[in-house]
Design a protein around this ligand. Structure first.
Ligand code: GCW
Length: 723
């Protein structure tokens, strides 16, 4: 054997050896760019794509160039030529409206206003040739267009006659990382923080680029790098240098960096005696600090602030209100076009009659008092990211203030890393909810995209589920929640099914059986989870502090509203929190159209029954069963449906890659056991009040209540261990 052929064999063997190891570990997310295997489609794509060109030159244009080359070469199965002119049929030309060749097509006059981030994708004729134009006013728009075009190929769509115009509905589409400087992540279930602070700014982990690509591919244009339970150190020069290094990586992808501002920073790192927002020295300190930040990061986005909530310092420490606190920071950021995202997740140290009323009570009177570069960031529901909550009553109640949505992508209350729960239906339920604030059709989506009150600023934040696990999000399917958040932040009118289907095609494959089966499982998953965790409007009955697993028996903690009994109010009569006019009257925070329906148990939508009413055990609900029987049935149905999810998933064996098939299969087994755990623990506990039997036709718990109550999880993820 010649030396050369020996080398070839060694090369081939080493390729083989490394191939299975790389496998499908989820690292590539939805940007896998797998080769098109359908011969006819491949032929059609090859006919439409003879070559590609981008005339712009900038880091963003380079990012588009790299992506287009990588995507096209991989999907078409050969190197697609990068050309300098439209020399033959089937050239993809990407650029800005004013780039040399595209400016000749006069695209601007033929396009409606698509703003700085919008784009068009159009099949056109140019000098007797067919071309495909991907263009925006800016290079950011172009980059989004390139990702959209690649998505068409990834999802195997026809590209022969394209006429697409697209622009985002909200301006700030942002991830909130609850990442600490020691790399732990509050409520993170996918490993440690991506931000390797210790090695920054010198070492740039290649993952930062892939993070930026993934975000840009769904239109996310901002990232808050640090936990809202903030550490002022991030604002010191040593850390700002590190932040600047990350900003440099993200900038070409249209992503701005934001930080959390700890309100007491002037004391902690500025040696001042106070952080009073009306104190001139404090104001000057922040102005100087902001100037310094912009020296490091010229396009710094601004601050997210959690103030006077769960022990975080804030303006109320100095008898000032939230607007006074937010405005001080806004004034410092204004000269640089920075913004403040001031969170409305607040609750008093004095335990209130009803915690769900607090944000509204504190913020509504401040409507109109915030500077124009402040957005108030409101969680989707009035409590805290529960599996199901009604929409937050602040939406529609502060017409003079741009309100931002805060969703939680990380599954703090939804099974953490091991439960398959597709969150787009949850997001969508809230976005589509009608606030009636300006009559019918005043949806939450229209409040937050600014269209209802004509606000310039608008935004949607998602608490990230990303960590340094190889597959980014822990659960292979949890990637879909990152994806869906980005897609809905861009356009809240998209449907969860459509988002799921495109994600599945890109993440797994386009086999209709695969797409249908996984779509069905994903679409049903949230409702199933609600049933085995918190059916009929129950809420906040999870484990104390770590929030893992069921614990409706939690009581006697430092604050009543950190317990479960505060929320479910089970007693011998019945179950549920009366928030109607005969109870806490939280309902008064909603418009009359909502109050009317929710005020009475008979007309209240059943999914919110126990959220708004204390219902007696024997009262008949919609199914004709008593409340107790219905509760048993719903818990049972939820737990049982996880078996259905397992069956569905098992039918995919051999139709998707083995690695991810097995990974999800194993997690579904955990989910099934934990769903039974939820059902048993909750029913046994509530039974101590209802004193009624579990209906005969349902499976009985195989352990006693004491067994479940004795469970301890000292090292559950997402919290700092306490022992
Ligand atoms: O959901 C709760 C979490 C806290 C979190 C808080 C918040 C960052 O349990 O861990 O703190 O909400 O949103 O501020």
């Amino acid at each position: 054997m010649s030396k050369r052929s020996k080398l070839c064999i060694i090369f081939a063997l080493s390729c083989l050896a490394s191939f299975p190891l790389r496998g499908e570990d989820g690292y590539n997310l939805w940007l896998r760019y797998t080769p098109v295997s359908d011969k006819q489609l491949l032929e059609a794509y090859r006919n439409s794509i003879g070559g590609w060109m981008i005339e712009n030159s900038s880091p963003t244009a380079d990012a588009a160039r790299r992506e287009l080359r990588m995507g096209l070469d991989a999907m078409l199965g050969h190197p697609v030529e990068e050309v300098k002119t439209l020399k033959y049929n089937g050239i993809i030309i990407a650029g800005t409206f004013d780039s040399p060749t595209l400016s000749r097509l006069d695209l601007k006059s033929q396009t409606k206003d698509i703003g700085a981030e919008g784009y068009i994708i159009r099949t056109m004729r140019y000098a007797d040739r067919n071309i495909t134009v991907i263009a925006g006013e800016t290079e950011r728009g172009m980059l989004y267009g390139v990702f959209h075009f690649l998505r068409l190929l990834q999802t195997r769509q026809p590209i022969g006659q394209l006429s697409i115009e697209n622009a985002p509905k909200t301006r700030v589409r942002i991830l909130n990382h609850w990442d600490n400087l020691d790399r732990t992540i509050e409520r993170g279930y996918a490993g440690f923080s991506l931000w390797d602070w210790h090695k920054l700014p010198e070492y740039i982990d290649p993952r930062y680029y892939d993070y930026a690509r993934a975000n840009a591919s769904v239109g996310i244009n901002g990232t808050v790098l640090t936990n809202v339970n903030a550490n002022a150190l991030i604002l010191t020069p040593a850390y700002l240098k590190k932040v600047a290094a990350l900003a440099d990586v993200f900038r070409p992808y249209g992503i701005r960096v934001y930080l959390t501002a700890r309100f007491s920073a002037p004391i902690e790192i500025g040696q001042l005696k106070t952080a009073d927002p009306l104190d001139p020295q404090v104001q000057e300190w922040w102005k100087q600090k902001v100037r310094e930040i912009y020296q490091y990061i010229p396009d710094f986005g601004g601050f997210t602030v959690k103030a006077n909530s769960e022990g975080q310092p804030g303006p109320q420490n100095y008898k000032r209100n939230h607007a006074e606190g937010a405005n001080m920071l806004a004034d410092a950021l204004k000269p640089f076009n920075g913004i403040v995202m001031w969170r409305a997740f607040v609750y008093d140290n004095k335990v209130p009659v009803d915690r769900t009323k607090q944000a509204y009570d504190e913020f509504k009177p401040l409507d109109g008092k915030f500077r124009s570069n402040v957005m108030v960031q409101v969680k989707n529901g009035p409590l805290d990211f529960q599996p199901r909550e009604p929409f937050h009553p602040l939406f529609g109640a502060m017409p003079s203030t741009p309100l931002m949505m805060e969703f939680q992508i990380t599954q703090e209350y939804l099974g953490q890393a091991t439960h398959l729960v597709y969150l787009a239906p949850l997001f969508k339920e809230v976005l589509d909810a009608d606030t009636y604030s300006k009559g019918n059709g005043s949806s939450v989506g229209k409040v937050l995209d600014g269209s209802l009150e004509e606000h310039q600023l608008s935004g949607m934040a998602g608490v990230a589920n990303i960590g340094n696990d190889r597959n980014w999000c822990g659960h292979p399917i949890a990637q879909s929640n990152w994806y869906a958040f980005g897609r809905l932040a861009w356009d809240h009118t998209l449907s969860p099914e459509q988002i799921a289907a495109e994600w599945i095609r890109m993440t797994f494959n386009s086999n209709p059986e695969v797409v249908n089966t996984i779509t069905n499982v994903m679409m049903a998953s949230r409702e199933i989870t609600v049933k085995y965790m918190t059916p009929l409007g129950l809420h906040h009955i999870m484990g104390y502090n770590h929030h893992y697993g069921p614990a409706p028996w939690i009581k006697d903690k430092p604050r009543a509203d950190w317990t479960s009994v505060y929320y479910h109010r089970a007693d011998e009569q019945g179950l549920g929190f009366n928030r109607s006019s005969s109870g806490s009257n939280a309902l008064e925070q909603y418009q009359p159209q909502i109050r009317k329906i929710y005020e009475e148990g008979e007309t209240c939508p059943e999914e919110f029954l126990l959220w708004f009413h204390h219902v007696s055990w024997d009262e008949k609900v919609r199914s004709g069963r008593t409340l107790w029987d219905e509760l048993c049935h719903q818990y049972d149905e939820g737990a049982d449906s996880v078996k259905w999810m397992q069956e569905q998933w098992n039918s995919l064996e051999g139709k998707i890659d083995d690695d991810r098939f097995l990974h999800v299969k194993t997690f579904l087994h955990i989910q099934q056991q934990e769903a039974v755990w939820w059902r048993n623990a909750c029913l046994l506990y509530f039974q101590t009040f209802s004193k009624r039997p579990i209906p005969k036709d349902l499976e009985k718990p195989d352990q006693a209540l004491e067994h479940y109550q004795a469970q301890e999880f000292r090292f559950a993820p997402g919290i700092r261990p306490r022992w």
